[in-house]
Design a protein around this ligand. Sequence first.
Ligand code: SME
Length: 159
Amino acid sequence: MPGKKIFDSLLDSVRVFSASGLSPDEALDRVCRLLKEAVPYYDWVGFYRVAAERELVLGPYAGEPTEHTRISFGNGICGQAADRAETFVVQDVRRETNYLSCSPSVRSEIVVPVFAGNRLVGELDIDSHKLAPFRPEDREFLEEVARLVAPLLQHKIPE
Ligand code: SME
């Protein structure tokens, strides 16, 4: 389990990517790969952007391709987190009835909304193959990542 030092150094890297002058999607792609590589129980790391008509559209991600490239608000963990505009931590996806499965290996998921001011512009979604791996430190860390990448997600409006 990464400690505060590791999370802090990952946040430094996220700050560097955000300010790097890379295109928004290249920078988000680096963030996904960094988080997936650095944290052993982050098995799928991706971003969704909010589109018109209360819909989420898949952006950059690291991990297996997913069929859930568009998700309506209210559907699955991602859609519920968008609807309520709050972080969802699901330590055991088998206990969730409103859940969209990306892979049978996934055991748990955390979805963190990304805001630009008060406006929801996207989400950071992490799937894990471990049961109940997410601690308060993960949530704090990922909510800070969400704050740092907000300008990259709001930059491009999906169709
Ligand atoms: N499991 C999510 C769908 C997105 S995938 O995890 C990439 C959900 O229930 O909304």
